[in-house]
Structure formats: C-alpha cells, structure tokens
Design a protein around this ligand. Structure first.
Ligand code: NAP
Length: 503
C-alpha cells in the first residue's frame, strides 16, 4: 500500500527505476543504506529518495556535502567494525541495505575486515529487530576453488544469514557502468594497448550486468516482500568470456586491436601491468583479476519472473556508460570509497601540533576571485597541472611502480569538483568557493601531505597563494622534504602563475 501522505517526487530522467515493474512502498518505514559513499550505494540513495522512501544514510565520516548529495536523507555516522555505532545506525530501521566492502584495504586485510563488519551488522540488526537486510554480493560456484574476493563475498552472505533477520541476497558478476572499476579497467586497456594478451583464464565465462539493472533489482526486491530471506542471481543479457568483452569494447571504440593467446597466466603479473595502464590501483586490479579464473554466471533466473524487465546487453551497457562519461554525468566512481576512513584521511586541522613543514608561494593580482577559483578547479585530470606536466606524471608513475594510487585516477568530472573527489593522487579535503581548495595527498609518501590554494581579498586586489604542508615521523620523511624542496618550489611557483594567467 502506498502511504498517501508521502509525496513521491517528480520524475527525473536520469533515474534508473522509472520503468521498474514494482510499486514504491514509501510507507514501509525507514530504510538504511550502508556503503552510501561507495559506487553502488551512492547510486541507490537518490533512487530510493525519488521513490518517496525515508532514507537513513550511513557513512563513516560525515562530510559538509552529505545533505547536498542526498537532500531529505537522514545522515548517521557509524563504522561497521564498531558494534555500538551500528546499533545506533540501525535503531528504528525497517530494512537495511548491506553494501559494505573493504577492498581498498588490499588483498591481505580486506577479508577479515569484511567478515567482522558482517558479523557485527548481523548482531546489531537482530538487537534492533529490523525486518530485513538486502545484500549485494558476488556470483561464484562454491563447489569450485574461488578467488579470495569471490569467496569473501559469499562468506559475508553466509555470515549475515546466520541471524534471525531475513536476508535477501543478490549475487552479481562484473558491473558495467560509468565509474565502475571493471568498466574503467577494460576501457583503458582497450584504448591504450595496441595488442592484448589473452591468458587461458580470460576465456572463463562471465555474465556482466549494467549498473542501472543492478539498481533496479536492489530497489525491486525492497518493494516485493516475498523476496525477503531469498537468494537471487542477477545478470545481464549476455554470457561472455573476458576475451569477448574486450573485443566488444574494441568494436564500440572502433579500435583495431591484436589479441594474442598467451600461455603465461601469472595473475599478479597481469594485475601489475593492468594497474600501470589503467586508473585502477594494483590492490584492486589484483583482487578483481584473481576472480577472472572463476566462471561467474547466473545459476537460476527466478528473479526475472518476480521483477519482469529485460536487463541490458553488454554492448548497450557500455554505450550508455560511455555517453554518461561524455556528458560529464558520472555520479559515483570506484575511487569515491577509497580511503576516506583510512588513517590517511586524517585532516589537516586535526593534526595535534600542526604540520612539521610548510612551504608557501603567492602572487597578487587584479583578477576576480571567482575567475581565479574557476581556474584552480581545472587542475589535474585531462587538463594536467598547467606547467611541468612531465614532473607530475613522473611522480605519479613512480607511485604506481611502488603500488600506490598513481596520478592516472584523474577526476570523476571535468567541470565540477566536490569534497572527497579525487584529483589524480590527491583527494579534496575542503572546498570553499572562491576562497580555498585543500587537497590531501594519497600517493605513497614517508609522511602526510596537503596542498592548499587560497584566495584572499586585498584592497582592490586578490592574493593567490599555494601552500604545501607536510607532516612526518621519521628521518626518511625529513630527507624526502628537503630533497624535493627545489622541485616543489619550481612546480608550485609556476602552477600559481599559470592559474592566474588562465583565469
Ligand atoms: N562494483 C562492482 O562492480 C560490484 C560487482 C558485484 C558486486 N558488488 C557488490 O556490491 C557491494 C558494494 O560494492 P561497491 O562497488 O559499491 O563498493 P565500494 O565502492 O568499494 O564501497 C564500499 C563501501 O563500504 C563502506 N565501508 C567499508 N568499510 C566500512 C566500515 N567498516 N564501516 C562502514 N562502511 C564501510 C565504504 O565506506 P568509506 O567511503 O567510508 O570507505 C564504502 O561506502 C559489495 O558487496 C560488492 O561485492 C559490486
């Protein structure tokens, strides 16, 4: 029954669930979305809000832009590794989406963290007597030896199910959509490599699904109560080998590529190579590529009778994703989740004794603050760093070789920036229009670093300044700072000159 007192907002043509065969149930009670800062959760929240649900969004760190991102949603701060925080997040909730994943912790640590989070969640959900959990995990046949990533996704489902709260489990393979890690990996490989090596495991079968279809299934099962406590496999129209997926991409991008079958199948080697050619860092490529040796195809298609809509073909899903990218309309990206709650996310103003080292450069100009700020906001991504780009590129390359995030992550949007967005190897910590842009370094460093751009009003003029902050605990950190001072002085000075010129 639709609660007549709840207003269902007007249709937005960017929403995926407009043609969903199920009916919105806004009277259901509060719906919690965990993992909302992640790729899937970030796309689910606007759909639920648009269908009139009362949504509580769980994040690990509140950000000034949360309300702007999810207008009308209640924001709760909780870490799934801390059960008392989960209890608060789950109080008064009817249904909770479980979209927590810790892949960014890397191959050695993510498994234990994900299991602990799932066990905590199950316990807290039982104590708060919530009605349902909906979890999106991974496909894979447990009778075969699975990669650690796929095994972990299945284990999380099993742990959630051990409690009294009914869990709906959706199991999906690769998700294709603008901003998804798999989408960016394949696209960059096809764009950049003139020939592609095809090891035996690239011939395993996979049933990719479009992001819009995943969101439709996630919302659809919420609206169909008989799906509570059940498992469903969800997939797109096509069952393809990874080799076929690469070939379809090459046709869509009109790239002539040579595919070479290769007997050497060492996954860490391919994962490393892939991380050098794509924006996705090594710890993610490694986890994802290990799963390529497993077949990930839907074993049952019951969901199609319950939610009768035709999922997209692989080709259609990539064409749609590419057009979103071309229109600069990518709303969430794999890089969003990494690593805001990580220890690296310590904010500049949270440093107990302030940064150990500071280097500053400035100039005074007649240009308007708005023009200067617009120009600052163009940095990174495909625009580069306005001067001595090769030095930035070299620093990013070294970082990638050291298994860091590198600078090829680029930007999610070429025209807009918001707090927590990635710019190459930085992440935006603070953004105050026409006043300040503060970037936190995420590259490998013997310390922590920030880069700040500020604009200050002076009588009739503006002061544009760039300040590097650095905090280090050890001798290597200090050496690093002194060694790089000449480069930094040169780069930063030229950078603000260019910002001023372009504004
Ligand atoms: N993306 C795909 O291609 C794909 C394919 C198949 C299945 N799935 C499944 O879909 C689900 C969501 O995936 P995703 O791609 O959206 O992941 P994601 O982008 O990596 O997001 C993971 C989310 O989990 C949150 N998180 C991690 N540890 C947490 C903790 N201790 N407490 C609270 N929150 C925590 C992160 O928050 P922070 O921002 O604070 O780190 C982030 O919001 C996963 O179960 C995944 O297996 C995804």
């Amino acid at each position: 029954m639709i609660d007549p007192s709840v207003k269902i907002p007007v249709e937005n043509k960017n929403l995926f669930c407009r043609d969903l065969p199920s009916q919105p149930q806004p009277g259901l009670g509060k719906v919690l979305v965990t993992g909302a800062s992640g790729y899937i959760g970030g796309r689910l929240v606007p759909e639920l809000l648009a269908r009139g649900y009362q949504v509580r969004v769980m994040v690990r760190r509140a950000s000034p832009i949360d309300q702007e991102l999810w207008p009308g949603a209640e924001i709760v701060v909780a870490d799934a590794l801390k059960i008392d925080q989960l209890q608060k997040a789950l109080a008064g909730i009817n249904t909770a989406y479980y979209l927590i994943h810790s892949l960014y912790l890397g191959p050695k640590e993510f498994e234990a963290a994900d299991i602990k989070a799932a066990v905590n969640f199950r316990k807290a959900a039982a104590r708060q007597r919530i009605k349902r959990i909906i979890y999106l995990g991974g496909l894979g046949d447990i009778r075969n030896p699975l990669s650690s990533h796929l095994r972990n996704r299945i284990e999380v489902a099993a742990r959630l199910k051990r409690g009294p709260v009914p869990v709906t489990i959706l199991r999906a393979a690769v998700i294709m959509g603008s901003g998804s890690a798999s989408y960016e990996i394949i696209q960059h490989l096809v764009r950049k490599a003139p020939f592609l090596l095809i090891p035996h495991w690239a011939k395993s079968k996979c049933q990719p699904i479009a992001i819009r279809d995943i969101i439709k299934y996630l919302v659809g099962v919420l609206e169909i109560p008989q799906t509570a406590g059940q498992n469903f496999d969800v997939g797109g129209q096509d069952i393809l080998t990874y080799e076929q997926m690469l070939k379809i991409w090459a046709r869509v991008l009109r790239k002539k590529r040579i595919f070479i079958s290769f007997t050497f199948g060492c996954i860490p080697f391919y994962a490393y190579l892939t991380s050098l050619l794509t924006p996705v860092p090594h710890f993610i490529t490694q986890c994802l590529m290990e799963g390529l040796k497993n077949e990930v195809v839907c074993q049952d298609n019951r969901i199609k009778k319950i939610l009768p809509f035709e999922p997209l073909s692989y080709k259609k899903s990539i064409v749609l994703a590419l057009s979103r990218e071309e229109q600069d309309q990518v709303s969430t990206r794999w890089s969003d989740a990494y690593p805001p709650a990580h220890e690296l996310a310590l904010k500049l103003h949270e440093l107990k004794n302030g940064p150990d080292y500071t280097a500053r450069d400035s100039l005074v100009t007649d240009k308007k603050a708005s023009a200067l700020f617009r120009s600052i906001c163009q940095i990174g991504g495909r625009e580069g760093w306005f001067h001595s780009n090769w030095m930035w590129w070299l620093r990013g390359g070294i970082d990638r070789i050291l298994l860091g995030v590198g600078s090829s992550r680029g930007r999610k949007s070429h025209s807009r920036l918001k707090i927590n967005d990635v710019i190459d190897f930085w992440r935006i910590e603070d953004l105050q229009p026409n006043k300040r842009l503060l970037l936190r370094a995420e590259m490998k460093l013997p310390g922590r670093a920030w880069l700040e751009f500020t604009i200050k009003e002076k009588t009739q003029q503006r002061e544009l300044a760039i300040t590097a902050y650095y905090q280090t605990a050890g001798i290597f950190g200090r050496l690093y700072w002194y060694l790089f001072i000449p480069f930094h002085t040169f780069i930063f000075k030229n950078l603000i000159v260019q910002i001023e010129k372009r504004s």
